[in-house]
Ligand binder design. Sequence first.
Ligand SMILES: CC(C)(COP(=O)(O)OP(=O)(O)OC[C@H]1O[C@@H](n2cnc3c(N)ncnc32)[C@H](O)[C@@H]1OP(=O)(O)O)[C@@H](O)C(=O)NCCC(=O)NCCS
Length: 144
Amino acid sequence: MASVKELTLRAAGTSEVAAVLEFWQGAAENDSRPADSATAVAALVARDPEALILALDDGEIVGTIIAGWDGWRCHLYRLAVAPHRRRSGIGARLIAAAEERFRDLGGSRADAMVLDANERAHGIWDAHGYARQNEWSRWVKSII
Ligand SMILES: CC(C)(COP(=O)(O)OP(=O)(O)OC[C@H]1O[C@@H](n2cnc3c(N)ncnc32)[C@H](O)[C@@H]1OP(=O)(O)O)[C@@H](O)C(=O)NCCC(=O)NCCS
């Protein structure tokens, strides 16, 4: 097993969409959100080929993050680390890679979608300088 420093971090390709979806089934936070689909993930990779970042150990996906840049703000989604590899710094490396991407693009502020009940996730965002904005809420509408 490679140490966290030896992991490969790189953007996902379209051929990896199915593997990413399978990884998320076992590693990601899947409550209170629309279900993922291969079509949606492939559309993300096609529109912004650098947005979906994978952490790989000898070809095995051990972590993911979506570093989404819309030309205005920087949005983070789908931070997930394989359960057997947690607390070894993989999440930290993924957040750092996403922030590096945002800086290179000229972004000035990043935000993360974090479930209020997901206290395990609060620790990592807090540790990386992210803070909850109590004065704002997300207003959502399905447009399908
Ligand atoms: C949240 C998650 C991504 C963290 O990944 P990770 O690789 O274990 O995190 P790291 O090892 O890089 O931890 C970095 C720091 O974040 C904080 N942290 C990470 N997990 C934590 C936890 N369970 N409780 C409290 N703090 C935590 C700690 O400060 C940690 O540093 P330390 O290990 O030196 O104490 C991982 O637990 C996960 O995939 N959870 C399921 C999916 C999920 O909830 N994703 C977040 C969606 S918003």
